[in-house]
Design a protein around this ligand. Structure first.
Ligand code: BGC
Length: 464
């Protein structure tokens, strides 16, 4: 879509940004404590291309160059994450001065460039020592996390505009603890249930810690959400879809937004398996100032075990083959490199569900991630003409900024600024607006970067 036409449709003040995460771009691994993901990725056969994130996009050493590219792009805001093992190696004790100094420089660069900082406090890079003590299955991790959050809040509480406590607890609980696709690589649904509970508890404790500091910025959480549809009208598929919807959407949103456990038998089982304590729900429901939604694709669910061809959204494992339900393809939509259906027209369905389920308890929504991977191949001159990504982003930006009754959407952050370490997929899937040469680390803006820059600059000046 033509950038001017899209820019003209955006509501005034609609926040546009880019998003990344520490573990996926920073590298600089020898200058931080070890993360559970370092060990997980070192296990042969676990990462699709046998790679790891020890160097990644070397953002740790190239940050000023990256912020300059961001300034040239013209975004309003940048969502990055702070690495727990960099700021507090080992997951306990005082903050590392060196670790904090990196984010201090990053914040200075961003503010000097006029870019609004949104900091995520946990984007899956659990310190290795914490994983050794049971990771998020251990209740103590939630309290350790809150201690770390307090250190970060005390250091940067006057400069971060928006705080995200935890990134996509659903993905970590499901892919990391239940399905053995992500670190720490367990395949126990009880572990998944406990991790889900403690991640939400950690979120609530982090909100309290930030408010106690106190920080000046707004506080929220980012959850993955997908509208769920049954593959057929059969009662089995409808039953499977309802349960999948509860598991992937409501287990994570209902406690935060309603202070209630999710509905149905699945909600009850997940809750009981987590061994909750009196008062946990109240902590999870600490009021948030905004709610981060990460919508990549819708889910069409059928009853019955997956076949080898059915992965979760970013990987395969033996554990998956034991599930009683599977995700079915959407032949009516084009698919991204991950095989995800590109379906902006279903984004309003998701927004409508928020309005129905959470009513006036729903805080303003920010799409803290959204984007598409493709196996981009640079032309001989090094340029990448990623028209599919432009189409994906245009459709989703338009859908996200079109009003839906009952919800307020404040903005959209493109995932991702740079090509990065895409977890179990290694470097095989590219989400960036900028390609990164794996050998030389050279950054090359893609056609989508130019397109986004044109959208950003075509917006009317505030107040005009
Ligand atoms: C995660 C990112 C990831 C992206 C694309 C989200 O689930 O927050 O870390 O790279 O999806 O897979």
């Amino acid at each position: 879509m033509d950038p001017e036409a899209l820019a003209a449709k955006l509501p005034p003040g609609f926040l546009l940004g880019v998003s990344t995460s520490a573990y996926q771009i920073e590298g600089g691994a020898e200058e931080r404590g070890p993360a559970g993901w370092d060990r997980f990725a070192a296990d042969p056969g676990v990462i699709l291309d046998g790679s790891n994130a020890l160097v990644a996009a070397d953002h740790y050493h190239r940050m000023p160059e990256d912020v300059a590219l961001m300034k040239n792009l013209g975004v309003d805001a940048y969502r990055f994450s702070i690495s727990w093992p960099r700021v507090q190696p080992g997951g306990q004790g005082p903050a590392s001065e060196k670790g904090l100094a990196f984010y201090d420089r990053l914040l200075d660069e961003l503010l000097a460039a006029g870019i609004r900082p949104m900091a995520t406090l946990f984007h899956w890079d659990t310190p290795l020592e914490i994983d050794d003590a049971g990771g998020w299955t251990n209740r103590d991790t939630a309290y350790r996390f809150a201690d770390y959050v307090r250190l970060v809040g005390e250091a940067f509480g006057d400069r971060v505009a928006d705080w995200v406590t935890v990134n996509e607890p659903a993905t970590l609980a499901l892919e990391g603890y239940t399905l053995d696709v992500h670190s720490p690589g367990t395949a126990l649904w009880v572990a998944g249930a406990r991790a889900a509970h403690h991640l939400l508890l950690g979120h609530g404790l982090a909100v309290r810690a930030l408010r106690e500091v106190p920080v000046t910025g707004r506080i929220g959480i980012s959850n993955a959400h997908s509208p769920v549809f049954p593959a057929t009208r059969s009662w089995r598929d409808r039953f499977a879809a309802r349960n999948f919807d509860i598991l992937s959407n409501r287990v994570f949103a209902d406690p935060v937004l309603l202070g209630k456990r999710p509905p149905g038998l699945v909600g009850l089982l997940v809750r009981l398996a987590a061994l909750p304590r009196w008062g946990d729900t109240k902590i999870m429901a600490e009021p948030v100032d905004f709610y981060g939604v990460q919508y990549y694709f819708p889910s069409r669910v059928a009853a019955g075990p997956p076949k080898l061809t059915h992965g979760t959204h970013d990987g395969h494992s033996k554990a998956m083959l034991t599930l009683p339900l599977r995700l079915e393809p959407w032949p009516e939509y084009p698919v991204t490199g991950f095989g995800w259906p590109a379906s902006p027209d279903l984004l309003p369905v998701l927004l409508g569900q928020f309005a129905d389920r959470y009513g006036d308890r729903m805080p303003p929504i920010i799409f803290t991630e959204g984007g598409a991977s493709y196996p981009d191949r640079p032309q001989p001159d090094g340029t990448v003409d990623d028209q599919h990504r432009i189409e994906y982003l245009a459709g989703h930006l338009r859908a996200a900024s079109t009003p839906v009754p009952g919800v307020e959407v404040e903005g959209y952050f493109v995932w991702s600024f740079l090509d990065n370490f895409e977890w179990a997929a290694g470097y095989t899937q590219k989400f960036g607006l900028i390609s990164v040469d794996r050998e030389t680390q050279e950054r090359r803006p893609k056609a989508s970067y130019d397109w986004y820059r044109d959208v950003l600059s075509a917006r009317p000046a505030p107040g005009s």
